[in-house]
Design a protein around this ligand. Structure first.
Ligand code: G
Ligand code: G
Ligand code: MN
Length: 547
C-alpha cells in the first residue's frame, strides 16, 4: 500500500506527464538529429567525390599541357606562327582531350593558335597570376569569334607557349545539381581558376598545409582537395539549406507522428492522473450522495455448507453506472484521510440493514474490514459498539478483519485490538500469508481467526510447494488455537483439500458471491428451514456467539 500524500501524488503525476512527453519528444528529436548527421555525412562524401573529380581532370589537363609544352619548346622566336608551327599546335590540340587549343603569346598579345593566325593580334592583358611551379595563368580570356566564354590561358614562362583550356571542361563533373558549387582555385594566388557557384576564402584557409579537408561550417558542407602536382586545389560545397530541405521532408513525416503519439500518451497520462487525483473529491461526493453500499459474502461451514456468517464488502457505484473497485479506491481513501468516513458509512449501512439481525440469528456473525488507519483512532470503538447495539450483537457476533500490514502499525493498534476483544468483538487477520510473514505478532497479539489468502487457495492442486505452505499455515493455526477461514474457494478440489486438513470455514464463489443484504437474509431463512448453523471457532479466550 502506498502512503504518498496528495502533493506527492500530484508531483509524481506531473513527473509522469513530463516523462511521457519526453519519451515521445526524445526519439523524434533524436531521429531528426541522426537524420541530419546522416545527411551531412552523405553530403560530405558526395562533395569529396566531386572535389576529387575536379582535381583529377585538372591534373590531367596539367599533364597534357606540360606534354604539349615539351613538344613546342623548339620554337624559333622569329617565326612562332609559321604554318608548320600552326600545324604542330593543331596536332597537339587534337591528341589532347583536355586542351581546347594551343597558342603563342607574345607579351600581352595572342599572336596565333592552333586555329590560325590572329590578325590583328588579340590583346590578352598581363597574366593574372603566376603559379608556384612556373606557369602564367590568365583567366576569363575571350577569343575572337567565340564570344561569351572566358577561356583559361596557361603559358610556360619565358616561352610564349600557351594552352587554351575551357573552364567547363574542368568542372564538368555534375549533371543538374543546382546549388552545388565546384571550382579549381590557384593555391598560392588564392584565386579561382574555374568556378561554378561561390567560393569562400575561409575554406582555403582551413585547408592550410593539409592535402584534404572535409568541413561543415554551419552554412556549407565543403570538401577541399589539394593537387599533388600542381599549385591548385579543387573544392565542392553544398549549402546547408539544401540539407535542411531534405530534413524538412523527414521532419514532415516524423514530427506529426511524434506529436500525435505524444499527445495521445500525454492525454492518457493526464486523464489517469486527473482521475486519480479526482478520486478523493469524487469519493467525498459519493459519501454525501449515498453512492456507497454494501454487499455480503457468506462464510460457510466447510463440513455442512451452512452459512455461518458474512463479510461486509464496500461497494461504490457512480451515478453514471461506473463501478469503482474497492481495491483501488480504499488505498486512495486511506491516503486522502477519507477512510474513516468510508468505514463509518459501511458500519452505518450494515447497522441499518442488519438491524436486530442477531436476535433472529444468534449463531451468525458479520465481519467488517478495517483499515490500520481506523485502528489508530478511538472512534472505531464507539462505531463498533453502536453497531453491536443496532444489530443486537453479543460476544462473537461481530468480527473485524485487519490485514497483516495493518497489524504491525505499532503499540496503539495492539491496545485498540485488546479493547475491541474485551467488548466481545473477534479479530481476524485478513489476507494471511501475503504480508509480513513474520508470525511473531500472532503470539503477542490476541487474535481469533486467520483468513488464508485466496492466492494460497488458488495453488491447491496446482503448485505442490505452495500448497504445502497452506498445510503449514493450517497446522500453525491449530497449534495457536486460531480459527481458520479459507478465502476464494472456487473448486471442489480446493474444498476437499481444506476440509481434509480440518479447516473449519471458507468463503468463495464455490459457495456464494457477495450479495445484497436481502439475498443474504433469504438464503439464511431458506437454510434455517433445513437445519442449524454456527459461528467460526475461536480460541479459548473468545466466546463464540453460539456458546
Ligand atoms: O470484494 P472486494 O473486491 O470488494 O474486495 C476488495 C478489497 O477491498 C478486499 O481486500 C477487501 O478487504 C477490501 N474491502 C472491502 N470492503 C472494505 C471496507 O469496508 N473497508 C476496508 N478497509 N476494506 C474493504
Ligand atoms: O477482504 P478480502 O481481501 O478478503 O476481499 C475478498 C475479495 O475476494 C473480494 O473482492 C471478493 O469479492 C473476492 N472473492 C471472494 N470469493 C472469491 C472467489 O471465490 N473467487 C474470486 N476470484 N474472488 C473472490
Ligand atoms: Mn476481508
Amino acid at each position: 500500500m502506498s502512503t504518498w500524500s496528495l502533493p506527492e501524488r500530484t508531483l509524481a503525476l506531473a513527473v509522469a506527464v513530463v516523462v511521457a512527453l519526453v519519451a515521445v519528444a526524445a526519439p523524434v528529436l533524436a531521429s531528426l538529429y541522426l537524420a541530419r548527421q546522416q545527411s551531412i555525412a552523405e553530403q560530405q562524401a558526395h562533395m569529396a567525390q566531386l572535389a576529387r573529380d575536379v582535381l583529377r581532370r585538372s591534373d590531367q589537363t596539367r599533364t597534357q599541357l606540360i606534354e604539349a609544352f615539351e613538344q613546342m619548346k623548339d620554337v624559333d622566336p622569329a617565326t612562332p606562327c609559321s604554318p608548320g608551327r600552326i600545324r604542330l599546335m593543331g596536332r597537339l590540340a587534337l591528341v589532347s582531350d583536355q586542351l581546347q587549343g594551343l597558342a603563342y603569346v607574345d607579351g600581352d598579345r595572342l599572336l596565333c593558335s592552333s586555329f590560325g593566325v590572329f590578325d590583328p593580334p588579340v590583346p590578352v592583358g598581363a597574366p593574372h597570376y603566376r603559379a608556384a611551379y612556373g606557369g602564367e595563368v590568365r583567366i576569363g580570356v575571350e577569343l575572337p569569334a567565340i564570344p561569351g566564354t572566358g577561356f583559361i590561358l596557361v603559358s610556360r614562362i619565358g616561352t610564349g607557349s600557351t594552352g587554351i583550356v575551357h573552364p567547363r571542361l574542368l568542372l564538368d563533373v555534375l549533371t543538374e545539381e543546382g546549388d552545388i558549387a565546384v571550382g579549381l582555385i590557384g593555391r598560392s594566388a588564392r584565386r579561382p581558376i574555374a568556378l561554378r557557384g561561390t567560393f569562400d576564402q575561409a575554406w582555403l584557409t582551413a585547408l592550410g598545409d593539409r592535402s584534404a579537408i572535409d568541413l561543415f561550417d554551419g552554412d556549407h558542407v565543403v570538401a577541399v582537395r589539394r593537387s599533388n602536382i600542381g599549385d591548385y586545389v579543387a573544392f565542392a560545397a553544398v549549402p546547408a539549406v539544401s540539407i535542411e530541405a531534405g530534413l524538412r521532408r523527414t521532419a514532415a513525416v516524423l514530427v506529426p507522428i511524434g506529436a500525435v503519439a505524444g499527445a495521445v500518451l500525454a492525454f492518457a497520462v493526464f486523464y489517469v492522473a486527473r482521475l486519480q487525483l479526482g478520486v478523493p473529491a469524487l469519493l467525498k461526493a459519493a459519501l454525501r450522495r449515498g453512492e456507497i453500499f454494501v454487499e455480503y459474502q457468506p462464510v460457510v461451514d466447510l463440513r455442512t455448507g451452512a452459512w455461518v456468517g458474512a463479510e461486509a464488502l464496500v461497494r461504490w457505484q457512480r451515478r453514471n453506472g461506473e463501478t469503482m473497485r474497492p481495491d483501488l479506491f480504499i488505498p486512495v481513501a486511506e491516503e486522502s484521510g477519507l477512510i474513516g468516513r468510508v468505514t463509518e458509512a459501511v458500519a452505518d449501512i450494515v447497522g441499518r440493514e442488519a438491524a436486530g439481525l442477531f436476535a433472529r440469528q444468534p449463531g451468525f456473525h458479520l465481519a467488517l474490514n478495517l483499515s490500520s488507519i481506523d485502528l489508530a483512532s478511538d472512534r472505531v470503538l464507539d462505531l463498533l459498539q453502536r453497531l453491536a447495539v443496532r444489530t443486537g450483537a453479543r460476544a462473537g457476533n461481530l468480527v473485524v478483519e485487519i490485514t497483516e500490514r495493518g497489524l504491525v502499525r505499532g503499540p496503539a493498534v495492539g491496545s485498540r485490538l485488546e479493547a475491541l476483544r474485551r467488548s466481545g468483538i473477534l479479530i481476524a487477520i485478513d489476507d494471511f500469508g501475503t504480508g509480513y510473514s513474520s508470525l511473531s505478532y500472532l503470539k503477542t497479539l490476541e487474535v481469533d481467526l486467520l483468513k488464508i489468502d485466496k492466492s494460497f487457495v488458488d495453488t491447491i492442486g496446482r503448485d505442490a510447494v505452495t500448497s504445502h505452505v497452506v498445510s503449514q499455515i493450517i497446522e500453525m493455526a491449530k497449534g495457536l488455537k486460531l480459527g481458520l477461514i479459507a478465502e476464494g474457494i472456487e473448486q471442489e478440489q480446493q474444498l476437499r483439500f481444506l476440509r481434509e486438513r480440518g479447516v473449519d470455514f471458507g468463503q468463495g464463489w464455490r459457495f456464494a458471491r457477495p450479495m445484497a443484504f436481502d439475498a443474504l437474509l433469504a438464503g439464511l431463512e431458506a437454510q434455517a428451514a433445513a437445519g442449524p448453523g454456527g459461528t467460526p471457532a475461536t480460541r479459548s479466550g473468545a466466546r463464540p456467539a453460539s456458546a
